[in-house]
Design a protein around this ligand. Structure first.
Ligand code: KG4
Ligand code: ZN
Length: 339
């Protein structure tokens, strides 16, 4: 018997990327990304040193129609063939979420198809598994600009929070330290690049909460320690050494806490997602640590690490195949938790 095949169109507009994807999938089969368009606003926000919400939402509304048309062209699909429409409905910037969700609801309404409102974090969480036939039980680390979250995952939709950051997210710490070092926004990729030429043991920055038994994180002390070092050594420090030592501290904290989470949850499989999981030094450290423990690791492919709509389409596909849909009069939720 042929499984039911569904075509989904999803929009992601929770922050500063406008993204549209078309995905084909069926129960028990790997999903197929037919198109994944991302229009990045990084250059636009760079001159302000961070995301300006009003600029972000204006640009989402300017680019969305063109991206939908391009996605349909690239996928070789007619709008009428789409079985369900989805959009991120939280967490994120309210004015940005409204643009994508209103557009997706409009298309769903016009074509009389179901709409699915998706949690951005569920998109990241599931992004390492698009090419598998099912989502295995695992411990997930989501590391992005807005979140640092450890979850026990039994399967799609069955999540238990194990820990999260009590202050800054890991990506936020990268971005703030990047700014202190005079690097362009966003700091993450810039710090990764410059750290390649630095000594990761030049500075012994604090590994906050590493030895406490809970699974929460704190990155604000690390950020402040970097600031004090820069003030103390004004003009005499090596940017590469500071970047490498900062990155070393972040990696050690993330790897050690995630492995401890897997032990506590009795899982043999770890998954990494979110913008910070693009970092090659982090990936290498995780692979080495996981192999040493005889565990498995899944990491989202690079194009699915930073914000994109394919991950939103995949989360929507699993819910659609399970018979779920969202009301057209549902709201957006800027602080929507995953669990
Ligand atoms: O997942 P994402 O695109 O957006 C959020 O949902 O937040 O993540 C963006 C974050 C930024 O903080 C950025 O600096 C960080 O991911 N990032 C990196 C790297 N590439 C992006 N952090 C460390 N190393 C990288 N290569
Ligand atoms: Zn994200």
């Amino acid at each position: 018997m042929n499984p039911r095949v569904a075509l989904l169109l999803a929009i992601e507009s929770s922050c500063d990327e406008t993204a549209v994807a078309i995905l084909r999938g069926a129960s028990g089969q790997a999903a197929e990304v037919l198109a994944s368009e991302v229009s990045s606003q990084i250059a636009l926000h760079r001159e302000h040193g961070g995301v300006v919400p009003e600029l972000a939402s204006r640009n989402h509304s300017l680019h969305l129609r063109g991206l939908v048309e391009k996605a349909l062209r690239d996928a070789g699909v007619e709008m009428g063939e789409i079985d369900a429409f989805a959009a991120t409905t939280g967490p994120g910037l309210a004015s940005s979420l409204l643009i994508g969700s209103t557009a997706a609801k409009g298309m769903a309404c016009a074509l009389n198809r179901p709409f699915l409102g998706i949690n951005h974090l569920e998109g990241h969480l599931l992004s390492p598994f698009l090419d598998l036939t099912s989502v295995p039980p695992h411990v997930a680390l989501i590391v992005s600009g807005g979140h640092t979250l450890l979850l026990d995952v039994e399967g799609p939709g069955v999540y238990r929070k194990l820990g999260s950051t009590r202050d800054d997210a890991a990506g936020e710490a990268y971005d703030k330290v990047g700014k202190m070092l005079g690097l362009p926004y966003p700091g993450g990729p810039e710090i990764e690049k410059i750290a390649l030429t630095g000594n990761p043991f030049a500075y012994d920055f604090p590994r906050s909460m590493l030895h406490e038994p809970h699974l929460d994180f704190s990155f604000s002390g690390l950020k402040t320690a970097v600031l004090y070092t820069l003030q103390r050594e004004s003009g005499k420090f090596s940017v590469a050494d500071v970047a490498a030592s900062f990155q070393q501290a972040v990696i050690e904290i993330l790897v050690r806490k995630t492995l401890r989470a897997a032990q506590q949850a009795e899982r043999q499989h770890i998954a990494l997602s979110g913008g910070v999981s693009l970092n090659r030094a982090l990936r290498t450290a995780f692979h080495a640590a996981v192999e040493g423990e005889g565990m498995k690791i899944s990491v989202a492919p690079p194009e699915l690490c930073t914000d994109n709509a394919a991950m939103i389409a995949f989360a929507a596909l699993l819910r659609h195949l399970a018979g779920e849909c969202s009301p057209l009069d549902g709201d957006i939720h800027p602080n929507l938790p995953l669990v």
